[in-house]
Design a protein around this ligand. Structure first.
Ligand SMILES: *Cc1c(COP(=O)(O)O)cnc(C)c1O
Length: 432
């Protein structure tokens, strides 16, 4: 059972000590709860759909370590496969059979992928894919969308300054202008803006990269015709279409957004689920393009721990579990139940909200919407979200600590977990 009041003394102690040891007390910024206020809880262990913190409190988890835990945390089959792999060593730095196995599974699953390269994170995958886009087309510019996240490499840390949509301005100190001048941005779901960028930059744009369903500006779905339009525009201009499926891959369908929407990009990046909770990223696509990667071709990209046996094992086992008949039907059913329940609870308690789900990915904005892009998402009442988040946490539900993150469910979440979450949400919402 979840708690109605929680004591978090130990979490506070550990996090206070962490402040002196690591910038902001964390290894990745959003974990510090800056955008919702209050203190993060410090985890002790995770299992299935649940988290236990260092004070012994239990939570229903809708973050799933930011996506990888789609089969539930610490799934017994993943853990036992890892134990076995561990006995044979943690890293080879040489070819292994496991890489072939996971590569075959990825190629079989993801429509666009004929060859794949494993790396260690989504950031690495996106960084490498951009180099490849540029090398293959012999063009330097790239189009990304406002609010889409492609990891923290220099060239992707760009948000369009208003009125200078064609001029990439760095989002972070330390990113040189020279690294982002080739990054063009457009509002998500705005085909006309993309068309204009192609016309203003003839024969200079290597391609378009996007989250086919956005999860890093909150949960935003592509409008009808948007992905098709991008496919046509990129073809027309000799540019590549790249789906960043680091979040959506193996989550919104086994074959990712490209399977779900029936649009085949030229290249795809993956991460999160594909590593089953260990550090993995991957990129892949058309054989003629991927053959440019070293040592088959001249485009350099390497990694000491890439394709290591533990990460490959966790990925293989996770994909095997997902292949069981009914997995995605179950994920859709419980996640729709959750999204519908949350929307209804919010509406009935007098809050302006919008949101939804696709398979095991969901979102709820505190605005009446509709939300088609990042500008729309920013109309959300983030202060209210902060209070909602805190209320849910105190009642034993762990949501992503930002209005601008998608939520995740897993095969381990039961209908009972969902209904309990909705009941708690109704209670929290009626006291906001
Ligand atoms: C998480 C994420 C990344 C970055 O992956 P890391 O493993 O955190 O480096 C890139 N793109 C998308 C769409 C993501 O969700």
């Amino acid at each position: 059972m979840v708690n109605t009041t929680i004591k978090t003394t130990k979490s506070q102690e550990v996090f206070a000590a962490a402040q002196n040891l690591m910038p902001g007390g964390v290894s990745s910024p959003v974990r510090a709860f800056k955008s919702v206020g209050g203190q993060p809880i410090v985890f002790d262990r995770v299992k299935g759909a649940y988290i236990w913190d260092v004070d012994g409190n239990q939570y229903i988890d809708y973050v799933g370590t930011w996506g990888p835990a789609i089969c539930g945390h610490a799934h017994p089959e993943v853990i036992s496969a890892l134990h076995e792999a561990l006995e044979k060593g943690t890293s080879f730095g040489a070819p292994s059979v496991l890489e072939n196995v996971l590569a075959e599974m990825v190629i079989a699953a993801v429509p666009s992928i004929e060859m794949v390269r494993f790396v260690n994170s989504g950031t690495e995958a996106c960084m490498a894919v951009l180099r490849l886009m540029r090398a293959f087309t012999n063009r330097e510019k790239v189009i990304k969308f406002e609010g889409c996240y492609h990891g923290h490499a220099d060239m992707f840390l760009v948000k369009a300054g208003s009125g200078v949509a064609t001029l990439g301005l760095p989002d972070s100190p330390g990113v040189p202008k020279s690294a982002t001048v080739s990054t063009l941005t457009a509002p998500y779901n705005d085909l006309e803006a993309v068309k204009a960028l192609f016309e203003q930059n003839p024969d200079q744009i290597s391609g378009v990269i996007l989250e086919p369903v956005v999860g890093n500006a909150g949960f935003i779905t592509p409008d009808a015709g948007f992905l098709e339009g991008l496919r046509e525009l990129t073809h027309e201009h000799g540019a590549l279409l790249v789906f960043d499926e680091v979040m959506t891959g193996f989550r919104i369908a086994y074959g990712g957004a490209q399977e779900k929407f029936g649009i085949t990009p030229d290249l795809t990046t993956m991460g999160k689920v594909i590593g089953g909770g260990l550090p993995v990223g991957a990129y892949g696509g058309r054989r003629d393009i991927m053959s440019m990667i070293a040592p088959a071709g001249p485009v350099y990209q390497a990694g000491t721990l890439s394709g290591n046996p533990l990460a490959m094992t966790a990925g293989i086992k996770t994909l095997e579990l997902l292949q069981k008949p009914g997995s995605y039907e179950y994920l859709e059913r419980i996640t729709k139940r959750l999204a519908d329940g949350l929307l209804k609870a919010a509406q009935e308690t007098g809050h302006a909200v919008c949101g939804g789900n696709i398979s095991a990915m969901f979102g709820l904005f505190f605005t009446s919407g509709p939300v088609h892009n990042y500008e729309d998402a920013k109309k959300s009442d983030t202060a209210k979200f902060g209070r909602f988040h805190r209320g849910m946490l105190e009642r034993g539900v762990y949501l992503a600590p930002s209005q601008f993150e998608a939520g995740f469910t897993s095969l381990a979440h039961t209908e009972e977990d969902i209904d309990q979450t909705i009941a708690i949400a109704r209670d929290v919402l009626s006291n906001l």
